[in-house]
Unconditional design. Structure first.
Length: 198
């Protein structure tokens, strides 16, 4: 249990670091550097919701609930670190992300998040098969397409909240990204069946 808790928090912290890089660099460069977070997650075998949702046996899927919540706790730690080193570029990029999330309907966020789930699962699948290329390409793809990643969004929401910008729509938005990511993470094995050998 202790390892489950610490590994889940650590995974969130790593994705938070990736989100912090993206906020400070932005654009394609920031999207590429974001991949560092997921590379560290896979290398350390940390328990990331989107890294496990498409691979866990269905009978074990209930552990995804505490995992995603603990990932969010890890993001809070990184968000607190980020607020100690704020700069105008970071907050400007954050404002753009928050405006896009707020403007989207719950349905839009749910459907868009499915795309991220598919990409992340295929990226992790590639690593499990011995190649980091799907990860190195996949992460910038979902970021540049503006597709929500539930754990990265948890980090962005925490930074906004710590900056004094809490709004109730963030809770619904985050829940839609979690559900959408879960659906997307499972699409590869639902569609490929036995060909999706893990």
């Amino acid at each position: 249990m202790r390892i489950f808790i610490s590994s889940s928090i650590f995974a969130g912290l790593l994705i938070g670091i990736a989100g912090l890089v993206f906020l400070n660099v932005g654009g394609l460069g920031g999207a590429v550097l974001f991949a560092f977070g997921l590379m560290c997650v896979t290398t350390c075998k940390a328990l990331l919701f989107t890294g496990k949702a498409g691979f866990l046996p269905y009978k074990e899927s209930m552990q995804l609930i505490p995992m995603v919540l603990l990932n969010a706790v890890g993001c809070l730690v990184t968000a607190y670190i980020a607020m100690q080193a704020t700069n105008p570029k970071m907050l400007s990029t954050l404002d753009t992300i928050m405006a896009a999330r707020e403007a989207a309907s719950w349905y839009n966020l749910l459907i868009a998040s499915i795309g991220t789930g598919v990409i992340v699962t295929l990226a992790v699948y590639g690593v499990r098969k011995g190649s980091y290329l799907p990860l190195l390409y996949g992460v910038p793809v979902f970021i540049m397409c503006g597709l929500p990643h539930s754990i990265a969004d948890a980090f962005y929401y925490w930074v906004a909240i710590l900056n004094g910008d809490f709004a109730t729509w963030m809770i619904v938005g985050w829940l839609m990204s979690v559900i959408g990511n879960y659906i997307g993470c499972n699409l590869p094995r639902w569609c490929m069946g036995k060909e999706f050998a893990v």
